[in-house]
Unconditional design. Sequence first.
Length: 73
Amino acid sequence: MKEYYKYGRMDDVEPELRQYGFSRVHQSFLVNMRFVKSVERYVAQLKNGTEVSISKKYYKDTEMEYIRGQGEL
């Protein structure tokens, strides 16, 4: 697993990283949707087993991004 650091406001960083498959799941978190194994009620489980909380504000968008990535839309 690689970790990268990018400093700046999330509102500025999010559009830059969207082109690389990142989606905002929480006020403080972006995840690369290519590594999401499942999305269930307010939790994204990554392929490595890590679970990331999804806030209510971002849940519907995250769920739709996941479904699109699975080719179901």
